[in-house]
Each structure stands twice: as structure tokens, then as C-alpha cells.
Design a protein around this ligand. Structure first.
Ligand SMILES: Cc1cc2nc3c(=O)[nH]c(=O)nc-3n(C[C@H](O)[C@H](O)[C@H](O)COP(=O)(O)OP(=O)(O)OC[C@H]3O[C@@H](n4cnc5c(N)ncnc54)[C@H](O)[C@@H]3O)c2cc1C
Length: 235
């Protein structure tokens, strides 16, 4: 179930259409990987565990706006949830995050479970957004001293049967003229960030790891909800 069929809400705030599109955005890449045999059905279960808390939160916020703007007399009979900023609802919703269900998207800085930050980088002299690099594929971004992560990503993609996974080392494969990448993604030059095909951060390692291939394999296994991957339980 997706859209209004799953979470009907008052129109106040204008969140209903957004939330339905977010559902499809969460589900489409999971369906694609499962249909292609690149992930197990456990990945589909994560649709509900990730989307339901966001839908509940968004319905509550729509209702609070309905009471505040359209039906103030209801405030005496119900206790609407305190209003939070629209930006947290539309872009700051989080999946399976220790930060909770929402945050200010300008402050999440690449935290796992949040949307990967949009930053302008350069590829072969052409300006490209981090968001466009992640569209529809897993992407690993490694800091300038983290080329071992790129090798690990190729190995991990093979171990997952040819999973669509691109890997870039900042400074070598992509230029960062604004110097925004490391603070934006919350890693050091020897760290790495793994972004899902829907542009959400799956995992990050702020610094180097002694066994990057094993660490990344476990991170991908956790993201794909692959119960057969050792160490895949954590994020
Ligand atoms: C006044 C108002 C203002 C709004 N403003 C905004 C806004 O600014 N921003 C925003 O994001 N959202 C807004 N919304 C909410 C948004 O319109 C809805 O959340 C969104 O359209 C829901 O899309 P949906 O595809 O889930 O459902 P629907 O748009 O209801 O689509 C369901 C479709 O399924 C069809 N259908 C039903 N039963 C069957 C069947 N048995 N077989 C085949 N087809 C069937 C229906 O005919 C319909 O075409 C607003 C809503 C209202 C009422």
C-alpha cells in the first residue's frame, strides 16, 4: 500500500502527494533489486518499517495544521502534536535513525538514515550533484585518502552478484572545488559514505578501517537486509 490508501491526511500543509511519492521512492529500487534477484525479500519488509513511522508523523503534522488553521475549536478536545518545520517533514524525514523520525535536513550532514546532502562536485570538468550520482544505484564516496574503499566497493559489488554500485574517490575521480564534501558527509579524508539508490545514506565510516572489504560487505548486507551476510545486523 502506498499514498492516500496507506495514510490519508488533511490537506493542510500539502503533504499528502509528497508522502505518496516518498513511498514510491522508497519502494521502487527495492522492488527492482528483488525482481532482478540481487536482494532477498527481506528488503521489501523494510518498506513498511521505514515508511510507517514517517507516515504516522506526517499524518500527525497535517492534523496539527488542520486544527491550527481550519478547526481551532478542536484544540480544546484533542491534543495535536506540536508543529514542526515543513522542511523536516518534506526533506528531513529519517529511516531507522538514532536521531528519530525527523531532523532539520540542513544539520544531518550525511548521518545514516538521512538524505545524502546535495553538493556540487566536478566529474571530468562537468559540474555534477552528489544526488545525481546516486540516482538509481548504490554509490560509495570515499575521501581523498580512502582509495582502499573504492577497491573494497568493487569487491563487495561482485560478492552481491553484480550489484549496481559506483565508487568514487574525492580528489581522484571527482573534484570538490568548494571543499564541502568531507564536512557535508561527516567523514574524514580516509573515511567513506555509502548512499542507497534512493539517495539516503545507508552507512558511513568516518575514518579508515583495517579491513575495508569486510566492513563494506557487512554494511551492504545490512542495507540490503541480507540475513546471510556476517555482521549485517548493524548499520
Ligand atoms: C484540497 C487538497 C489540496 C491538496 N494539496 C496538496 C499539496 O499541495 N501537496 C501535496 O503533496 N498533496 C496535496 N494534497 C493531497 C494529494 O492530492 C493526495 O495525497 C494525492 O493525490 C494522493 O495520491 P494517490 O495516488 O495516493 O491517491 P489518488 O490521487 O486518490 O489516486 C488513486 C487513484 O486510484 C483510482 N482508483 C480507486 N479505486 C480504484 C479501483 N478499484 N480500480 C482502479 N482505480 C481505482 C482513483 O480513481 C484514483 O485515480 C491535497 C489534497 C486536497 C484534497
Amino acid at each position: 500500500m502506498a499514498g492516500d490508501a496507506a495514510h490519508l491526511m488533511p490537506p493542510n500543509g500539502g503533504f499528502g502527494g509528497n508522502t505518496g511519492i516518498h513511498d514510491a521512492h522508497n519502494l521502487a529500487w527495492k522492488l527492482a533489486l528483488v525482481i532482478k534477484g540481487l536482494a532477498g525479500s527481506g528488503l521489501l519488509d523494510s518498506y513498511e518499517t521505514e515508511r510507517k513511522p514517517v507516515a504516522v508523523f506526517t499524518v500527525e503534522q497535517s492534523f496539527s495544521r488542520y486544527v491550527a488553521r481550519t478547526a481551532p475549536w478542536l484544540a480544546a478536545r484533542v491534543q495535536p502534536a506540536p508543529l514542526v518545520d515543513d522542511l523536516r517533514i518534506e526533506l528531513g524525514y529519517l529511516y531507522d535513525s538514532p536521531l528519530g523520525v525527523h531532523a532539520d535536513p540542513r544539520s544531518t550532514c550525511g548521518a545514516p538514515g538521512s538524505r545524502a546532502p546535495h553538493l556540487w562536485l566536478e566529474r571530468r570538468g562537468q559540474r555534477v550533484s552528489t544526488i545525481d550520482l546516486a540516482a538509481g544505484r548504490y554509490v560509495l564516496f570515499a575521501g581523498g585518502a580512502g582509495s582502499a574503499w573504492v577497491d573494497a566497493a568493487k569487491e563487495a559489488a561482485n560478492r552481491f552478484g553484480g550489484l549496481p554500485l559506483d565508487a568514487y574517490c574525492i580528489g581522484r575521480d571527482l573534484a570538490d572545488p568548494g571543499g564541502q564534501f568531507l564536512p557535508g558527509f561527516g567523514i574524514s579524508s580516509s573515511g567513506a559514505s555509502l548512499v542507497r539508490p534512493d539517495g539516503f545514506v545507508a552507512w558511513r565510516c568516518p575514518d579508515h578501517a583495517t579491513e575495508p572489504a569486510a566492513v563494506l560487505h557487512a554494511a551492504l548486507g545490512a542495507s540490503l537486509k541480507d540475513s546471510l551476510t556476517p555482521g549485517a545486523q548493524g548499520k
